[in-house]
Write a protein that binds this ligand. Structure first.
Ligand SMILES: [Zn+2]
Length: 132
């Protein structure tokens, strides 16, 4: 790796760490528990997140953008639960969580660029809940 490539990698990692730090703070501001899962945890999977009640569970992520999308989606689930919103179906629940999460992400996250693969990821995720 050249020195320039190494510097770019370090810059990216610092940027990623800042994003994780920001998300942990956002979770705390909403009185939610941010749980970092480790590979020894059952069901652990790279690029995977989940939530339950007022807890957000995050595995390791390969990219910052994917990490942010998933964190804010789970945040969306938690905030919707807190408000006591009801959904008629799993699909509606998922769309509500994406909607709330993306709203929060746009309002809160500094230095975030929403890219085509991020939109694609969200749409593909929603599609898995649509009955064909
Ligand atoms: Zn979801």
């Amino acid at each position: 790796m050249t020195q320039l490539e190494e510097e770019i990698t370090q810059c990216y990692e610092r940027d990623f760490q800042r994003a994780v730090f920001a998300c942990k703070n956002i979770a705390a501001q909403h009185r939610l528990k941010y749980v970092q899962l480790t590979p020894d945890h059952p069901g652990y999977q790279v690029d995977y997140a989940a939530s339950s009640g007022d807890e957000i569970f995050m595995c390791e992520y390969t990219t910052k953008n994917m990490y942010l999308m998933c964190f804010f989606h789970e945040l969306g689930h938690c905030l919707i639960n807190k408000r006591g919103w009801k959904a008629d179906s799993k699909l509606e629940q998922e769309i509500q969580a994406w909607n709330e999460g993306m709203e929060q992400m746009i309002n809160r996250c500094v230095g975030l660029e929403i890219t085509y693969p991020m939109i694609r990821f969200m749409l593909d995720n929603i599609k898995t809940y649509i009955k064909q």
